[in-house]
Structures are given as C-alpha cells and as structure tokens.
Design a protein around this ligand. Structure first.
Ligand SMILES: [Zn+2]
Length: 256
C-alpha cells in the first residue's frame, strides 16, 4: 500500500502551472518519482504540472504522462500539502525500466478541462446573480463545478419562480457582456478589500497568500480553480433544477 502522505513529505512542492495558465494543454517536465502499486498502477510526482487536482468543488483533470518508452493514463489527481500526486495506470511500457527523474510530456484531456472551466466560471457568475436577486450576500455552503451534476448550495430559502427567472437573466447578461476574468495574488490583509461580493470568505483556510479570481465588475472570489478568460466563452448558463436542502437550497446548473 502506497502512503501518499509519506510521498508528499519527501517531495518538493509542485509548481502548479494550471494556476498561471489554464489554457496550457501540454507540458514537458521532469517526473520526480514513481511509486508502484499492484496491477500496473502507480503514483507519479512531477516537478511541475498542468493537471488540476480535485479541490474547491472542481473535479480533477485527466490526461496522459508519457515519453517514447512508456505511457501512463491519469486516473486521479490529488493535492497533498501542495505536492500534486498523479495516480495513473501504465498503458504501455516496461515498468522495470521506468526510472525516477526522467523527462516526460504531459497531455491534458482538454475537452474535460474546458467544460470544468466553463462550469466553474459560471458558478462565480451565479453567486453574483443570486446575491443580486436576494439583495444580500448569500453564503455558498457547498459546490460541485464538474459534470454530470454541477450545483451550488446556498444558505437561503429557495427562490420563487420569478426570482429564479431573474437569476438566470442576470447570469446570462454577464455571459453576453463577455467580461474579462483575471486573478491576482493577495495577502490576508488585502483580502476583504479585493474579494468583493465573495460569499465564501468564512470558509477559507488560513494561508500566507490567496488567489482571488476577479470577474470584471462582478465579483472577486478566493479560488484555486481553473476559469475561462472571458465570460462569453461559457456560451449560456442553464439552470436545470432547484432542490431544497438541509442548509437552504441547491441550484443545479449546466453550460451550453
Ligand atoms: Zn473559481
């Protein structure tokens, strides 16, 4: 049994390139080490990665890590204390000849990632639209920004049909306006000033610095997910259902 926490302890922190350029689809880098499990499965560590781990309500990326001698298919990506661990299955190659510190190429399953980017950005826009219609910040208590069931759970009474109609209109206005989406890194002291209309500040873990994702004129939300660079890329935000929950309600949504 591979101890992932032990892997993280002995490995340098991974450079997370998906935080700097979410449109990077391929990357040449070093595979630092490979930890084998039974059945041709293994945990791989890299010096840098384009693969987003499962976190912040966004499902992990998938893809391939390969070189001319072998090819791994990614099954899962985890972030353990800032070390990104890629759980993979060997598709071809001789496991006995796969060495640590080798040159590899990463290839991202871009269709899956781009859908996650659209859904994730749509989630921020829906936070804004919900706050606008309720006339106050509405806390987001849980979220899933990945298919097949993207949703946001809000701490509030479910909206009336009229309110829901306005939420959908407001959200899609932001999409049509094709606003810029950018991010900045800030220290804690600056956070409340930069993270405007953020419904999730209370849930933030303590950190030295925070990445705040800003949709121009809409909101600034601390987030380490991947987003589109212009809201127009989302196409259309569709609300697929409203479901009462113990904390308030779940808004199920999709993009088209
Ligand atoms: Zn986000």
């Amino acid at each position: 049994m591979v101890d992932i926490k032990a892997i993280a302890r002995e490995t340098q922190k991974t450079i997370k390139l998906y935080l700097e350029d979410p449109y990077m689809k391929e990357l040449k880098c070093k595979m630092i080490n490979v930890y084998w499990e039974k059945g041709g499965k293994a945990y791989l560590t890299l010096n840098k990665t384009i693969f987003h781990p499962r976190s912040g309500g966004q499902d992990c990326d998938l893809g391939w890590i390969q070189n001319p001698e072998y090819k791994f298919q990614i099954l899962k990506v985890l972030d353990v204390e800032d070390v990104v661990v890629h759980y993979c299955k060997l598709q071809y190659g001789d496991s006995g000849r796969i060495k640590a510190n080798s040159d590899v190429k990463c290839i991202l399953d871009w269709d899956r990632r781009y859908k996650n980017m659209k859904l994730h950005t749509a989630g921020h826009i829906l936070d804004y639209a919900v706050a606008k219609v309720y006339g106050r910040l509405v806390e987001t208590v849980s979220a899933n920004h990945s298919p097949p069931n993207a949703y946001l759970e809000y701490k509030a009474n479910p909206p009336t049909n009229e309110m829901l109609k306005t939420i959908i209109e407001e959200a899609n206005n932001i999409v049509r306006e094709n606003r810029e989406v950018k991010w900045i890194w800030v220290e804690y002291e600056k956070l409340t000033e930069i993270a405007f209309n953020a419904p999730n500040l209370a849930r933030l873990p303590k950190s030295e610095r925070y990445r705040v994702v800003i949709i121009d004129g809409v909101n600034g939300i601390p987030c380490t997910g991947t987003h589109v660079s212009k809201t127009g890329e989302i196409g259309e935000i569709i609300v697929t259902g409203i479901e009462p929950s113990t904390m308030g309600f779940k808004l199920h949504y999709n993009t088209n």
